[in-house]
Design a protein around this ligand. Structure first.
Ligand SMILES: [Zn+2]
Length: 432
């Protein structure tokens, strides 16, 4: 059973989210704090001066509405600004504050990350504000942050400090933080290889209105061992891909073919970190498994499987370094090392919106020599003869992008020339 994370005790939610933030390198052991206001008006907050890497439930401090403190530690030194923020915004029930390197980079040049480089980011983060510098732990800093939140901003960069996010729940605050951090890293990398170009509001609206797939339902009578194995393998690789930061909580779609007319696919929107076998959705012909909502790209997956019998798995992802190419005009050239060319071949780029406006045409772009395509300002679509083959390609694409970006400060790239590419195609029996 997938756990209902918002039903967990506030102290457990704080431990879980702190672990996620710390593990992904988005805060140091001394920086960052989280709080939740419960239904009594008590504020649960991470403690001051305790190692973020080993936090447990009993370390979390409760500050009662009357000011009494319960717990074995002192509350975070930033408690004043959390309290202040809850006072000016009765609708906010959780506050997240962290010093992730990418967002600190923006805070020290006093700029706001562009949330229009990819669709949805703007929707998740909302408009991003900027709060003036203040002494850490002071009421003055609390005033300055609360002033920006009072204007209606939920996500705020703190000058020469970090970021602060308020939301109805700690999990929603985490998603906004993670998405803004993704945008920040993306913009930083994109600047290393070219000029990042954001989406127009018109294109963002187009994407926000993307339709759910309308399919009749069927109730599965049984689950074959093949399907059970496929579900288990998919969940394992999704968790691994998430932990490797190949996508964020709610982005990214995996699917795997079961037979000529059926496949399993990830659901719409659920947090990838906690995805379980029963969350996956079986599509059978024109029907979907009853009571579940498949990813909005289900139709594209269906068309790719119908047109290409050799494809048995598809991954749509937003690996951060590959995305630096997708938001600039720079091509992701695979003629860097043999592994890259063998697994990726040439990667064509198609315009933003094609995957949902013209899914049939998008499905036609794949051939035996084109297993991967890039969508401008959107994503990478990777296919494979098996789930592991598609996953391998996804990792190779991200590592290739990382290597090209890293090479920019070192010198000119020497590409593998055409004669050596031909030699590779012959030696590795690649389709030509
Ligand atoms: Zn701080």
């Amino acid at each position: 059973m997938r756990m209902n994370i918002e039903m967990l005790h506030p102290a457990d939610q704080i431990v879980m989210i702190m672990e996620r933030i710390y593990k992904y390198g988005m805060t140091t052991t001394s920086g960052g704090n989280l709080s939740i206001r419960d239904d009594n008006g008590d504020i649960w907050i991470s403690p001051a001066g305790i190692d973020k890497g080993t936090l447990t439930r009993k370390d979390i401090v409760c500050v009662k509405a009357d000011g009494t403190i319960e717990g074995i530690h002192r509350p975070s030194s930033e408690f004043p600004f959390h309290k202040h923020l809850f006072e000016v915004r009765p609708d906010i029930m959780a506050v997240l504050h962290a010093h992730s390197p990418a967002l600190v980079a923006f805070s020290i040049v006093r700029k706001i990350p562009n949330t229009h480089l990819i669709p949805n980011a703007n929707l998740v983060c909302g408009e991003v504000g900027m709060a003036e510098y203040g002494l850490p732990g002071s009421d003055e800093l609390g005033d300055k942050i609360a002033k920006v939140f009072a204007k209606g901003f939920n996500t705020v960069i703190l000058e020469n400090h970090g970021v602060c996010v308020g939301s109805q729940s700690l999990f929603k605050a985490f998603m906004a933080f993670e998405t803004l951090d993704f945008c920040a890293r993306l913009e930083i990398d994109a600047h290393k290889i070219g000029t990042p170009q954001g989406l127009s509001q018109e294109k963002i609206d187009l994407s926000d209105k993307k339709q759910h797939v309308h399919m009749q339902e069927f109730a599965p009578e049984s689950f074959s061992s093949l399907e059970r194995a496929a579900r288990r393998e998919m969940c394992e690789l999704i968790h691994r891909a998430y932990d490797q930061q190949l996508f964020t909580s709610t982005q990214g779609t995996f699917s795997q073919r079961l037979n000529d007319k059926s496949f399993i696919i990830t659901p719409y929107s659920l947090d990838r970190k906690y995805l379980d076998v029963e969350d996956l959705v079986r599509i059978e012909g024109d029907l979907k498994e009853a009571g579940k909502t498949p990813s909005r790209s289900a139709l594209l997956h269906k068309l790719i499987y119908e047109k290409h019998p050799e494809i048995n798995s598809i991954i749509i992802a937003h690996p951060p370094h590959v995305m630096a190419f997708a938001v600039t005009q720079e091509p992701l050239d695979s003629k860097t090392i043999p592994e890259s060319y063998i697994l990726m071949r040439n990667i064509p780029r198609i315009p933003f919106g094609a995957s949902f406006m013209q899914p049939g045409m998008t499905a036609d772009v794949f051939t035996k020599t084109t297993p991967i395509i890039m969508l401008t300002n959107d994503c990478l679509i990777v296919t494979g003869s098996s789930l592991l083959n598609a996953f391998d390609r996804l990792e190779v694409a991200e590592y290739t992008a990382m290597a090209i970006i890293a090479s920019k400060d070192l010198g000119e790239i020497v590409k593998i020339d055409d004669a050596k590419i031909e030699e590779l195609e012959i030696a590795f029996k690649l389709d030509r």
